[in-house]
Design a protein around this ligand. Structure first.
Ligand SMILES: [Zn+2]
Length: 131
């Protein structure tokens, strides 16, 4: 018997979310840590923590360099944050591609993912203000 999300093709354990295996994806993310940095240790650790603990794709934060964004629109401002709706050239990662052994970038915008994109943009903005 398998759980609601089926069995992971890599480790044959139950997936923790839709096409998502927490243990295997944490490993894939960890191998990729050396390939990116926000330039700030605290932010790196925060993002890495979400990548290691995520049980499904939308729990993941991902660092995207500022120059990957285009079409920035400021849609709200309040408190300590400014919210931008933006588009990202590469889209963003969703599910590990076991066949090609990489994180394919998907250009889609479910509500969940948009929220996280906005959080990422805010971090970029804060870095620009305080960095
Ligand atoms: Zn697995």
């Amino acid at each position: 018997m398998s759980g609601p999300w089926g069995i992971c093709e890599e480790c044959n354990q139950e997936n923790t979310g839709y096409e998502w295996c927490n243990a295997c994806n944490a490993k894939h993310f960890q191998q990729n840590f050396k390939n990116w940095t926000s330039g700030n240790d605290d932010i790196d650790k925060c993002i890495q923590k979400t990548q290691l603990s995520a049980n499904y794709s939308c729990e993941v934060l991902e660092w995207i360099p500022y120059n990957k964004f285009y079409d920035l629109n400021r849609i709200a401002k309040g408190g300590y944050s400014i919210v931008y709706r933006e588009k990202c050239i590469d889209g963003f990662i969703c599910n590990w591609d076991n066949k090609n052994q990489n994180w394919p970038y998907e250009k889609k915008s479910s509500n969940f993912c948009t929220i996280f994109v906005q959080v990422r943009v805010e971090i970029v903005q804060l870095l620009q203000i305080f960095g």
